[in-house]
Ligand binder design. Sequence first.
Ligand code: GH3
Ligand code: MG
Ligand code: MG
Length: 235
Amino acid sequence: MRGTMLRAQDLLDLRKQLTARLDSIDSHVHAFHAREEARTVTYRERTQRMRARIATLERESRALHHSLKEGQKLAMLDALTGIPNRAAYDERIEQEFKRWKRFGKPVSILAWDVDRFKSVNDAYGHRAGDKVLRIVGQQLVRHVRDTDFVARYGGEEFVMLLVGTPLEEARVVADKIREEIAGLGFHFHDQRVQVTASCGLTGFRERDTTDSAFSRADKALYAAKKAGRNGCVVG
Ligand code: GH3
Ligand code: MG
Ligand code: MG
């Protein structure tokens, strides 16, 4: 502009030239603004897309977390009976053992086994056997408190933890459950079939491990079988 001013012949010329320069500056500024505006719009759109993507990712992550939790829960449940499985028992017995060591409140461990179950399968079929397992499982669950625990240990064996219940009391509970199972009254092929179960029970003792306590309950169960089944034996 300084050069323009110095080169100008007269005022009119100067005005013309300055106007041309100002117009040029004006159009540059306009172009600059337009570019900036376009860039801002692009950034805004990009930010919006990123926000939407983050929201989608967050939703997906929550859904994954939920299905992972569901999967973990399912992995701890027995598919046939819908009650906790052996893996759940293994976890729970460890927790209860630690609590028992710390607080010393009694925990009774009950090992249940359906009597002569093989003959139910043989006589009425595997589906009838499955039905027995489901109903026995439900029956066991019905009898325990929220703080207690029942699992299908495997096959026709179930395990129950009565937390805070001394062995003598657990024995009474076990007998009541045993009698109810014997009185359930199954009907297969229009025939009434009596299903019974035996129980071996024990409590944690000094120098026990979770395994030693369980195998004592299992031995007591074996003794109940030997004694004629449909009975409970304390080990
Ligand atoms: P005991 O009184 O000595 O316990 O005799 P039992 O016949 O109950 O014991 P045994 O161990 O001889 O038989 C258990 C049977 O349980 C054999 C097996 O086929 C059956 N069983 C295991 N799991 C299942 C299952 O999920 N469904 C059905 N229907 N049967 C099962
Ligand atoms: Mg068995
Ligand atoms: Mg059995």
